[in-house]
Design a protein around this ligand. Structure first.
Ligand code: ASP
Length: 345
């Protein structure tokens, strides 16, 4: 017994010394505000400036936390909250409308150190769904809660409840009206489901960008990822996209990388995009840049999947990869300044 205690003490002391002697990691954060047909000609100078300012604010808020020694989870949470609270993006305030004219939001978060994760789907009364996803991760024995049950859980934990019209914006309402007109025309012209799917893909491209997400690595080398969205305009029947699905829209693992995705969710679910990128890094030794390009421009794109990802690894490398004309994005790596961009370089 004595021997065992001494051996345990030595092991504990050695691991503490090793942990203390490890050099601190290079910190980094990347965010996105959705991918899609984002072209300079479709945005006024004022709109471009508004996006640039909000993206910069979100990157800087997250980076500040990392720079003060805070965790990657706190950094991505803060950055996502700022984007959720801005009507510019399809998450929180400014979320898109469902076919029936309401809002149903999805979000997820993952901690790369512990591989703990939390997600909520189809919530209608929570201003910051990423906070609820985090609460599911830390305060429940589950990974994903949906609809009314998720909101009961939120109330139980003292989270504020908002009316569904809190999310209303005129811009998104106009998008709903346009989408519904196009859907009506689709119904009339599509002879079968295959035709409907092909036509649907075309009309949807313009109506789904604005999902938000963030990935970060902190000084301890822990990565984290989170994603929050209103989903797709005119979604029906309680449709859930990739954003709250761990492995599809969000993934984080210290062994490889952290990913937040945005795009046509049905494809990101079927191609298991976020986890696939990190699996290629872990098992095939690819860089995050290579793995994200192989996935985003690979068979998913050939099948018709559009969108993009932001990725960070524990060494502080970042990748921002998309197969659309643009992706609202921002990033900062230690030793560099904040960058934001919207269009292809
Ligand atoms: N991926 C989201 C969804 O399918 C939409 C988006 O990222 O624009 O719900």
């Amino acid at each position: 017994m004595k021997k065992f205690i001494i051996a345990s003490l030595i092991a504990a002391l050695t691991s503490t010394c090793l942990a203390q002697s490890l050099p601190p990691s290079k910190i980094a954060i990347a965010i996105h505000g959705g991918a899609g047909t984002i072209l300079a000609k479709n945005l006024t100078t004022k709109q471009q400036q508004q996006y640039q300012e909000k993206l910069t604010e979100a990157v800087d808020a997250g980076y500040k936390i990392l720079n003060q020694g805070g965790s990657s989870l706190d950094a991505i949470n803060a950055a996502i909250n700022l984007l959720e609270n801005s009507p510019l993006f399809n998450a929180g305030l400014g979320a898109v409308y469902t076919f029936d004219g309401s809002h149903q939001l999805d979000a997820s978060i993952m901690d790369g150190k512990t591989k703990q994760a939390g997600a909520v789907a189809g919530v209608s009364h929570i201003a910051n769904p990423i906070d609820l996803a985090r609460l599911v991760m830390t305060e429940s024995v589950h990974v994903m809660l949906s609809g009314e049950g998720a909101e009961q859980f939120a109330l139980k934990h003292g989270m504020p409840w908002v009316k569904n019209d809190y999310f209303d914006t005129d811009k998104r309402y106009q998008s709903l009206l346009k989408a519904k007109q196009k859907l009506k025309a689709l119904d009339a012209k599509s002879k079968n489901n295959a035709e409907y799917q092909a036509n649907y893909r075309q009309i949807k491209l313009d109506y789904k960008f604005g999902t938000v997400g963030a990935v970060a690595v902190d000084r301890a080398g822990n990565v984290a990822a989170g994603t929050s969205t209103g989903g797709m305009t005119a979604k029906r029947f309680g449709r859930i996209g990739d954003s709250p699905i761990i492995g599809a829209g969000t993934w984080a693992d210290n062994q490889s990388c952290a990913v937040s995705a945005t795009g046509h969710g049905e494809y990101f679910i079927r191609y298991h995009v976020a986890a696939d990128i990190c699996a290629q890094v872990q098992y095939q030794g690819k860089t995050i840049k290579q793995a994200s390009q192989d996935v985003i421009f690979g068979s998913m794109k050939q099948a018709g999947g559009t969108g993009g990802v932001i990725v960070v690894d524990p060494k502080g490398n970042i990748a921002l990869t998309f197969n659309t004309s643009g992706m609202y994005r921002g990033w900062r790596v230690e030793g560099e300044k904040t960058h934001v961009a919207m269009f292809k370089e």
